[in-house]
Design a protein around this ligand. Structure first.
Ligand code: SF4
Length: 741
């Protein structure tokens, strides 16, 4: 008789969206995943990656044992206990010889979904007295954190997409990115429903994306001109008196200086520079200002382009000018579940420093900022010899070889490390350069919660759940028989124990908000190792809805137990939102002055980033749902551009920047603005695999120069809107015998 098939509720943790799923398990092996149709928030939604979870867990390439690099460069399996013994001893030696700063960690995006993975990693580093914590936050959207600091935050929070009458999306496609202000719980359905109930949507994007299908106005702007366009919108809103005067007078400072700063950004000028119709820009400004519950928000495109801080800052100014913040007496749609009880007042938290505090780096005068330490400077910190050089790196949930900008520099740095440890489920490009590759458990083998969706709520309008929803899942299955896999936090616990150090769980950034859970370090018992369930109890003690309640509500629930209203401004409160932060307005002057520098005859195209359905950054390219259709990252271009270059769709092309060259496969995209190449990032591998570009794609990070054009605070270089030239591949380039360099 075949073993019985059982179905269990769980949470998908392939990406940050935390979809509610039903998992069919047979004899301890996951067989099928589908969306939970009864779930009140996700309503049966999953994407192809979630449905590939069984394949991910049982994939033949999955690491089931920790790997150790041998003298000849090959890898051999060792036990996780032995790996922790050896890594702890080597870290100890490096710290004793070179000081704590010589050890760093990098936290990639895939770590966020696992219980305490990053928190334990940071805690372990701090126990070693090092502060060298680097994360994807400074190469993704650092401008969000910096702008929030410089503008100040509204403690009543912003509006959610599901309740809004007007919304603006700038360089983001929520159906694929699963974030960026449209609820991550089934964004396509949310957008269709919003459209039906009459929501007005403005989309700013050089390409016709899934989001533009729902748009009333699509501003198909030139890449890299988002600050110009936003300044133009603000110009119209101030010029025509469309802003919320009462809100501005009562809660902001710097209005006159902002008005002066955008004076030159007339709609004609801004539209001409952004390459859009002036009437459309004016119409967008009027539509946006006419909303009563509205917000504007940007995604990775504008943030990876130059001046991401300014873009995000102007977006906050736009939202504030229009009074797009929740007022006294309005109900909070989500007073929190796995958060401490809500406290929200209709008042501004004054600005704070966006940079210039904490750890300093030795390179390019960079240092800590509101988004963390600049990851784009980490390679140089490894390469630059002398006191303070980073010699040991632990990577959690990331694949720097294809994800970090400037691949050449990244490779040089990783090869120079005295100790490189990667926690990864596969022998990724980065794992292959590591001394130890720790094999971790996968999501269905560990408990989890929806906390990662809830946590950033109130930071930016629209992020998080628009209802008080939460879910807990136990571990559903055991790891495969005969395997030796551990959780990320257990690895750091094991290191700390061997080094006889105390370990606390630390938040990555201490950005306390009204609904944020406690941000204090949580000390772990070092005598008796806790279970992951005990860790969860520790992390979620004192939340609005007890974790024990979530454990009883299998499949997740909405906890609408009583309305929480935004309270009045506290007596004597004098916080104000800043509309005229001097550095940002100074950058706006620079934007106006740099107009003439835009034309680049030798590199006439702009390569913009995009996300690819079916993968999560560098993860998932080998899973069946994705690889059945495609395995590489096509180079999308407008058909007229292809014709002008005498390139046919499907041809092999060379994409060259000042920094490097990659091979692409041309693909037509009619809705893409001319002069633009659109490619997904984090594909490809190290250069020795370039010949496999038809199977694995190419790494756009190779086109990026970390040191040439970078933000002076977060260090993020120009990662989108990269100036490139395109040509048909020269004879031989792209053949299997000739790897492009
Ligand atoms: S959107 Fe993310 S969480 Fe949801 S099913 Fe897809 S991969 Fe899983």
């Amino acid at each position: 008789m075949p073993p019985p098939l059982t179905t269990h509720h769980s949470i998908c943790r392939f990406c940050h969206a935390a979809c509610a799923i039903l998992v069919e398990v047979e004899d301890g092996v996951p067989r099928k995943v589908k969306g939970d149709p009864q779930n009140p928030v996700y309503r049966g939604y999953t994407c192809s990656r979630g449905r590939d979870l069984p394949a991910q867990h049982t994939h033949p390439d999955r690491l089931l044992h920790t790997q150790k690099r041998q003298a000849d460069g090959s890898f051999e399996s060792i036990s996780s206990e032995q790996a922790m013994d050896e890594v702890a001893a080597r870290v100890q030696q490096i710290v004793e010889k070179h000081g704590p700063r010589s050890v760093a960690i990098y936290i990639g995006t895939s770590s966020n979904q696992y219980v305490a993975a990053a928190a334990a990693g940071v805690g372990w580093l701090i126990a070693n007295d090092s502060r060298m914590v680097f994360a994807a936050s400074t190469i993704d959207q650092p401008g969000k954190h910096i702008a929030n600091a410089l503008h100040g935050r509204w403690l009543g929070g912003g509006y959610m997409y599901d309740e809004a009458d007007t919304w603006m999306l700038i360089g983001t496609n929520p159906e694929v990115s699963m974030v960026a202000t449209v609820s991550c719980a089934n964004p396509a359905r949310s957008m269709t429903e919003a459209r039906k109930r009459g929501q007005k949507l403005i989309v700013v994007d050089p390409r016709k994306s899934d989001a533009t299908r729902h748009a009333d106005i699509h501003l198909q702007s030139r890449p890299g001109e988002d600050p110009t366009l936003l300044a133009g919108l603000i110009h119209v809103i101030i010029r025509d008196g469309l802003y919320d005067k009462d809100f501005v007078v009562s809660n902001t400072q710097g209005f006159e200086r902002l008005a002066d700063a955008v004076l030159d950004f007339t709609p004609g000028y801004a539209a001409q520079r952004a390459g859009i119709d002036e009437d459309d820009l004016v119409a967008a400004a009027m539509m946006f200002a006419g909303g009563t519950k509205a917000a504007a928000a940007a995604g990775t495109g504008p943030n990876m382009s130059p001046r991401g801080n300014l873009t995000e800052y102007l977006i906050l100014c736009l939202n504030t000018l229009c009074g797009n913040w929740r007022r006294e007496g309005e109900a909070l749609p989500n007073p929190g579940v796995l958060m401490s009880p809500a406290k929200a007042n209709a008042q501004a938290m004054s600005p704070r420093k966006g940079w210039g505090f904490g750890e300093k780096l030795r390179v390019r005068d960079l240092g800590n900022c509101a988004a963390g330490l600049p990851t784009a400077a980490l390679a140089e910190e490894i390469l630059l010899e002398g006191k303070g050089q980073i010699r040991a790196l632990v990577c959690i949930g990331g694949n720097p070889v294809v994800a970090w900008p400037d691949q050449k520099l990244t490779l040089e740095a990783l090869e120079k490390l005295e100790l490189c440890v990667t926690l990864d489920i596969k022998m990724s490009a980065t794992a292959k350069l590591s001394d130890y590759v720790i094999a971790p458990k996968l999501s269905l083998e560990v408990p989890g919660t929806t906390y990662q969706v809830e946590a950033p709520e109130q930071m930016w309008p629209g992020i998080g759940y628009s209802r008080a929803y939460g879910q807990y899942t136990p571990a559903l299955i055991d790891p495969p028989n005969g395997s030796d896999v551990i959780e990320e936090w257990e690895f750091f616990y094991g290191l700390a124990k061997r080094q006889q150090l105390p370990l606390s769980l630390y938040p990555i950034r201490a950005e306390a908000g009204p609904l944020r859970a406690a941000n204090k370090p949580l000390a772990l018992d070092m005598r008796t190792k806790p279970t992951t369930e005990e860790l969860l109890d520790l992390m979620f003690a004192g939340t609005r809805i007890p974790l024990s309640t979530l454990r009883e509500r299998e499949g997740g629930a909405v906890f609408d137990n009583g309305e929480t209203l935004v309270a009045a401004k506290e007596p004597g409160w004098d916080g104000r939102l800043e509309l005229a932060e001097p550095t940002m307005l100074g950058e706006l002057v620079d934007v106006r002055d740099e107009d003439d520098k835009r034309a680049r005859d030798d590199f006439p195209f702009r390569l913009i980033s995009r996300r690819s359905r079916g993968v999560y950054n560098s993860a998932g390219r080998d899973l069946p749902n994705f690889s059945r259709k495609n395995t590489y990252n096509p180079s999308f271009m407008n058909p007229d551009d292809l014709q002008a270059l005498n390139i046919e769709a499907g041809s092999v092309i060379q994409i060259e920047s000042e920094r490097g060259m990659i091979i692409g496969i041309a693909a037509e995209e009619k809705g893409l603005r001319r002069g633009v190449v659109s490619m997904a990032h984090a594909f490809g591998d190290a250069p020795e695999r370039d010949k496999d570009f038809r199977e694995i794609g190419s790494t756009t990070g190779r086109l990026i120069d970390n040191r040439k054009e970078f933000d002076p605070y977060s260090g993020i270089p120009r990662m989108s809107s990269i100036a490139v030239r395109i040509q048909k591949a020269r004879d031989g380039v792209g053949s299997r015998e000739s790897a492009p360099r």
